[in-house]
Ligand binder design. Sequence first.
Ligand SMILES: Cc1ncc(COP(=O)(O)O)c(C=O)c1O
Length: 389
Amino acid sequence: MKITTTKFASRIQNVSESKSVQLASVIAGLKAQGEEIISFNVGEPDFPTPKVIIEATKKALDEGDTRYALVPGQPFLREAIASKLIHDQKLSISAKNVFISNGSKQILYSLFQLLCNSNDEVIIPTPYWVSFPEAVKLAGANPVFVETNRGRLDADIIEKAITPRTKIIILNSPSNPSGLIYDCGEIKKVLAMAKENGIYIISDEAYEALVFESKQFLGPAGIADQGLERTLIVQSFSKTFCMTGFRIGYVAANEEIIAGLNKFQSHVCGNIPVFIQKGALAALENEDEIKRYMREEFTKRRDLAYSLCKEIFSDTPKPQGAFYLFPKIQDELILKFGSDEALALHILKEAKVALLPGSYFGVPGTLRVAFANSEENIKKGLSAIKDIL
Ligand SMILES: Cc1ncc(COP(=O)(O)O)c(C=O)c1O
């Protein structure tokens, strides 16, 4: 058979496969061979999808909601999302400001395609979620990484990174992977810069429901951009509602952006299945109860995981949100193993625990430990790591 080597387009050659997704398939392979691996690598709650959501989805399927539908999403869901944002963050918006798509990953991809020309710049604070820079590169734009104080946003550093080519600043609070929440004052300053320089802020609020110390999360729009002049809120149903496999998320933005997305998505996936949207509506109708449960459970897990992790890595910041610990590895361990990647591999092989090296998130010398796992597994996994180090 003739073997050909296909040369992929440069925009594909320029990006790397999601390393966390890559590792997840290695771990699935090890598990298939009978290895018992404790997963602290995946950003996915281990709880089943709430029954009300499953029932609403099934009902929609039984009732025949299986046809092509409207590109930006069905009015019932767009209205419910607008009401949620008006209630939670006191925004002055309507359903016309809401656009539904296949998970927030695809929304981010679509937004960079919509807004960025070649060589435009997108500012990304480190540590960052792995898909941000790759989705930017897929649009031919350049990610510009800015330092933070171990995940604490610093508006002065962002200001220094702004150039005439800056199109977007990404904010992700609570942050994957740091678990920290950005300071309101710093967000306000970044918003003022965005307004002054005609820059958009993409606020990825995937972990909005998982805030441990405060009652209600406020993003940049809720803080000082209630009309969504410069802020694009990107949101996912995956984390709060344990709907990772449903693939549904949304963006709330000004109507100009929504019109652009409508044009783009009409040629990409067309629309999101209506039965999925009915499941998402049930999620929002039961949001308070689901959120309360998730917060209570994740607060217990956070406290447990944090105290055990500190015994291994003394420099572990206490997460304020999301479900990640982001410890700094002691110098002697880096010297012994060579890098965070080598240490993560050692932990996988010897302790049978999967976690991710911080260099995947732009901060070598750290690790990301997802505590989206049972208390029993948190205890087992962290004590196995302690034993082998
Ligand atoms: C910050 C952040 N944004 C977006 C996503 C993707 O969510 P979705 O399942 O909606 O694509 C993740 C998933 O890990 C995430 O951590």
